[in-house]
Design a protein around this ligand. Sequence first.
Ligand code: ARG
Length: 458
Amino acid sequence: MSKLWGGRFNKKTDPLVDKFTSSIGYDYILARFDLISSIAHAKMLGKTKIIPVKDSAKIVEGLKSILNQIEKGKFVFDKKAEDIHTNIQATLEKKIGRVAQKLHTARSRNDQVATDIRMYAKNEIKNLKFKIKNLQSALLDFGKKNISVIIPGFTHLQHAQPVLLTHQLLAYVEMLERDKERLSEAYKRCDVLPLGSGAIAGSSLPIDRKYVARLLGFSKIAENSIDAVSDRDFVVEILADLSILSMHLSRLAEELIIWASPEFSILELDDAFCTGSSLMPQKKNPDVLELVRGSTGNAYGNLIAFLTTMKGLPLAYNRDMQLDKPALFNAAEGTIICLEVLCGLIRTAGINKNQALILCADEFLCATDLAEYLVKKGVAFKEAHEIVGKICALAYGKKIFLSEVPLGEWKKYSARFEKDVYQLLDSSASIKSKRSYGGTSPLSVKRQLSDWKRKLKK
Ligand code: ARG
């Protein structure tokens, strides 16, 4: 395959160098964007009369037919091409002849690839946001279905206070919303057109960058040609956003793994979303969730790899930057499948309501409510905490429930205890009392649910 350069070379490239520098193995993914941006560029060259209108039309027609082939899956990528840009240029030359050579006027692969990757990024952000929203909807529906289920809330993975299961699921919906917001922010940075910056310095030809931006749906054009071809901040930013998103998915996966373990067994995973053991016939394993959790390493790895690649590069374009693509493609694809599979897993999972009741029979979960009971009767919280702590110690020592401690004993610690204190030793009463804004009361959780329903409809 002929290269896009070579005039000043007296020797052929060493085959090992061809192999080492080639990016067609991964940048073929940009083919669609490369064609669409080339079509816009060719139209601009005609409109500005930099090339004759009839040449521009011929080039556009040729590019469109390649695009058509690609969309039908009929295009065969040339493994010997240096990159996707070379591959498409060579194909166009074969298709329409010498006139194809006018396409690369006032353009370098430096601004071309920066444009393609921004188009890819914009598209992928939309895709990611859509998948995140699907996962939020799955969590919402699951929460709605199990609105009455109370579980022990944990801190330090120790029983803390009763919470509604739905309240906990909605915590993940909040995290995912911030992930979407971060990606929307990154989108703004991607939405700037580099094309027309040439290799570094711009062009001496009367190009119309705003026209190209309009054709390609970019809101802005890059202000500085050197920055335009050197900037990969937007890639780093997306990788960082995907790392945070992956961290959230990993926490959710871990949570579900714990809930599905026999010791907890409040979550029942569908057979279709589990795998088995080759040796132990009884096993049903949460491998899907484990792989989601494990994929976080991939997301972080891509961020650190490419962030390090960019460190210390002098302006402007350097070939190191070609490595933005494997990192970005891998992170985006890896995250999308995690989002999809989690969505399916949650939509098919069930809650073991009896088991949730058994776990919530732990009366110590309501210890904080006992302290707040005393606060309502005028005791300072610190003192109330101490009193209730001592009563808990007493019950733990005697291996009895708090409800088995006679009222006389309670009164030894505080005269303010009355027999209504026993009503507090109930997780259902506990959650009902958490009426503060954002708390776990059914009222508050139902409000969150309906707010989210409305927000996600938009
Ligand atoms: N494959 C290259 C990349 O992805 C395209 C740009 C090459 N530019 C150059 N001056 N060698 O970065």
